[in-house]
Design a protein around this ligand. Structure first.
Ligand code: FAD
Ligand code: UDP
Length: 387
């Protein structure tokens, strides 16, 4: 089987593409998966470092979390789990605080024990009466008050997005819980865990069907002129699909600097750095993601430096400023004219999607659009997961 004889072509072997390919192959369709990198797994790819035996998340730390039983059960077909609830810390002006902002953070910040009611009153007194927050800064101040915003959010956000928080959408910060308890779990979700053998083996199992042909190191845009008759699921960047002919959407990329150290470097999986003067946003220490595994004398850490993505950089996060939103509308209108192609995933839909959301969107697109298309010829909707 090859691209010309496949029933379905999937561009990208990340969670969105792998889920679609797995579902289609399970129903007997022949799927060609085209991946430009030389490995599967998209940005969730992990590998074991030869020298230390430590599992590295090559494109940044990935923690699985979802409240959807369906998505957790689906992924559990391909992996066993290690119990893991993510807890993060942040260093601000030489002191360490727990994140997300909770009663311990607020008490430490004020240098005294505070009850939930006292903490709420203190935040309210500093929140500045913003009724309808219009951007990230206003949203953050309305949630946690100005002093906490300026200490923990402003510098970090500037480093991460290279954009004034007043120009960023409010929903970026709404992702982080704020708690008036001592619960310092990063996520609220019912299911939180690490895949026992890492993420890459999940993809190997999802793509193991004899109905799937995997073409690694193959850029769709280099073979696209020979467009197949089969429908295409495209999970690369939507602007790149169209040769950026309307302009480039704003993406943010990350440079990860890997270092080996002796012993335990920081005592926790992720330490954020809130101060604007420190050039990186956070440090991940991979062995703390799988604390049950025996570890040697050495440790591996990754410092994260965030910057705007140029045309040849890996696009990681959609920036989504007002101009991007307008451009995206134009690309979506263009996509609507591209018969037989479905755009999906974080890059294809230009949406901030966590892993469980990418899997959920793919399962929905499969059920509602691709399966009816492959079985009964129902026309494809180009942005099927936008429903
Ligand atoms: P991707 O994983 O990006 O896969 C797309 C694939 O398409 C890539 O492999 C790419 O090489 C391929 N591709 C692109 N263009 C072409 C082309 N022209 N031809 C062939 N192939 C192509 N989610 C969580 O749930 N928890 C986390 O803790 C978490 N942390 C994250 C940390 C970082 C630093 C980043 C960047 C993301 C994080 N995410 C996290 C999000 C997670 O990475 C995404 O949800 C997931 O990768 C989305 O899957 P996808 O298939 O849509 O995209
Ligand atoms: N954020 C911050 N300080 C922190 C952690 C997060 O200002 O210590 C802000 C930042 O703007 C970030 C957003 O909260 O983009 C969402 O946090 P999350 O951890 O989800 O960040 P991501 O790396 O996924 O963007």
């Amino acid at each position: 089987m090859n691209i010309d004889t496949a029933d379905l072509v999937v561009v990208g072997a990340g969670f969105y593409g792998a889920t679609i390919a797995e579902r289609a192959a399970a129903e007997g369709f022949r799927v060609a998966v085209v991946e430009k990198r030389n490995h599967i797994g998209g940005n969730a790819f992990t590998y074991v470092d030869d020298a230390t035996g430590i599992e590295v998340h090559k494109y940044g730390p990935h923690i699985f979390h979802t409240s959807s039983r369906e998505i957790f059960d689906y992924l559990s077909r391909f992996t066993e789990w290690t119990p893991y609830e993510h807890r993060t810390w942040t260093t601000a002006k030489g002191r360490v605080y727990p994140l997300p902002i909770n009663l311990a953070t607020i008490s430490l910040f004020n240098d005294r024990a505070m009850s939930p009611a006292e903490a709420r009153a203190w935040v309210a007194a500093n929140a500045g009466g913003i009724a309808e927050p219009a951007n990230l800064e206003e949203k953050a101040i309305s949630l946690i008050g100005r002093p906490l915003y300026e200490t923990f959010i402003r510098g970090y956000t500037m480093k991460q997005w290279q954009t004034d928080p007043r120009e960023l959408p409010a929903d970026i910060i709404a992702r982080l819980p704020v708690r008036y308890t001592f619960d310092n779990r990063y996520f609220n979700d019912a299911y939180q865990a690490m895949p026992k053998d890492g993420y890459t083996p999940i993809f190997a199992r999802m793509l193991a069907s004899p109905n799937i042909e995997l073409l690694l190191g193959c850029d769709w845009h280099e073979i696209a002129p020979a467009r197949p008759a089969a429908p295409v699921v495209y999970t690369g960047p939507i602007d790149r699909y169209f040769g950026r002919r309307l302009g480039a959407l704003g993406w943010r990329t990350i440079d990860l600097h890997l270092e080996t150290h002796e012993g335990d470097f920081q005592g926790c999986p992720v330490m954020n750095y809130a101060d604007a003067e420190i050039p990186f946003t956070r440090i991940s220490e991979f062995r703390h993601f799988q604390p049950q595994r025996p570890c040697g004398d050495q440790t591996l850490i990754a410092r994260e430096f965030s910057r705007s993505a140029g045309p040849d950089d890996e696009p990681y996060y959609p920036v989504n400023l007002a101009a991007d939103k307008a451009l995206l509308r134009s690309y979506r209108a263009l996509a609507a004219t591209e018969a037989g192609v479905l755009f999906g995933g974080r890059l294809g839909s230009y949406r901030y999607l966590d892993m469980h959301q990418a899997i959920g969107a793919a399962l929905t697109a499969w059920r509602r659009h691709l399966q009816p298309h492959l079985q009964a010829g129902v026309p494809l909707r180009p942005m099927a997961d936008e429903a």
